[in-house]
Design a protein around this ligand. Structure first.
Ligand code: TXA
Ligand code: MG
Length: 331
């Protein structure tokens, strides 16, 4: 089957809703990345997500809701701090992990006693969620281990044969996945940095956020041997980039480069992308840039590291994961 890609329109939304009701998969744009959606209450539909992505069944999914008023259906506690974040950042690129109700079934939460909830702000996601009227479980619409999609085309390349419909809402504004904050223990914990800075979160919470490495239980030994991107990627500090290039050149390696401040040397002949200098635009372009460099089929991708301050935290996190080839960001 080859998915239809439809520009979002009332007719396209109506078709998407009928697919969701029928237990089929619909890919849709959000402000962060494209999601691979299924009716969150339908076990067979949710199983299709895991099959399409090749994702282990114990990795929990985020349930997308049309508005915060629906939270009590899915979460048995909605602590004050979580309410404050939802009030300030929803609709938007924030996911809250809360103690679940029975409606958040094991097949969505991976058997955990908590559920991830998000109210996205992308107009197409909002229209879809309001028209469907129920929760939509959706991971990023990439195959497990691949780069998250930020255009409808990326989704079609990865999952075109597995979804009934791809709603095209253009390139995602944020470009990296949502910030995830868990409210399951004593203190709120940042599980994944994202489009909202830690400073903004802490200002709203009025307290510091704890951070934790690793987000969800992982099933050791079940991880595939491919990484995102497929070409091995290496992080290099700006001052070391030219020397590293020269060394690789001497070894006759084909190199693809994601630079930010370093200019392309005149003699450099392979793929070279100059990324935007500011963090928001860098994030917006990041996954499309990584896909383009991956497609160059070089021996190695060199990525110029970004600054260490708060606005770059989420990007540093994604770059570190892409270059270490670790499992954490493969969902
Ligand atoms: O921006 C986003 O969050 C996108 C869009 C489509 O909404 N979604 C997304 O989903 O990135 P996914 O499945 O690719 O990543 C969600 C992450 C996973 O690492 C998962 O382990 C974690 O959220 N997660 C979900 N529910 C959780 C829970 N109950 N406890 C801990 N982690 C959870
Ligand atoms: Mg993902």
């Amino acid at each position: 089957m080859n998915a239809s890609v439809l520009a979002a329109s009332p007719a396209a939304i109506a078709r998407a809703v009928s697919y969701l009701r029928a237990g089929e998969l619909v890919a849709f744009p959000t402000e962060t990345v494209y999601g691979l959606g299924a009716a969150a209450g339908n076990a067979d539909a949710v199983a299709r997500i895991f099959a399409a992505k090749g994702r282990p069944a114990d990795h929990p999914l985020i349930v997308h809701l049309p508005d915060a008023a629906r939270v009590p259906e899915w979460a048995r506690a909605f602590p004050e701090g979580a309410r404050a974040l939802a009030g300030k950042f929803w609709p938007g690129p924030l996911t809250l992990i809360l103690p679940r109700t029975a409606r958040a079934a094991d097949f969505v939460t991976g058997g955990q006693d908590s559920v991830g909830l998000r109210v996205p702000s992308h107009p197409v996601a909002r229209e879809l969620l309001m028209a469907f009227g129920e929760g939509v479980a959706a991971p990023s619409a990439n195959r497990f281990g691949r780069i998250s999609p930020t255009t409808a085309r990326h989704v079609a390349d990865d999952l075109g044969d597995a979804v009934s419909l791809i709603l095209d809402g253009g390139a995602c504004a944020v470009g990296i996945e949502s910030t995830i904050v868990a409210f399951v223990g004593e203190a709120p914990v940042l599980l994944r940095p994202g489009g909202i800075s830690v400073a903004e979160l802490e200002r709203t919470l009025g307290r510091p956020l704890a951070t934790r490495d690793g987000r969800a239980p992982r099933a050791p030994g079940t991880l595939p041997a491919h990484y995102a991107p497929r070409t091995p990627a290496v992080l290099v500090e700006p001052a070391a980039l030219r020397a590293e290039l020269a060394q690789l050149g001497e070894r006759d390696e084909d190199v693809a480069v994601l630079a930010r401040t370093v200019e392309r040397p005149a003699e450099f002949e392979d793929a070279w992308i100059r990324a935007p200098a500011d963090a928001a635009r860098f994030a917006h372009d990041l996954y499309a840039n990584l896909r383009a460099l991956d497609a160059a089929n070089a021996d190695v991708i060199l990525i110029e590291n970004v600054p260490a301050d708060d606005v770059w935290l989420a990007i540093r996190d994604r770059l570190a994961r892409a270059t270490r080839g670790e499992d954490d960001d493969r969902d």
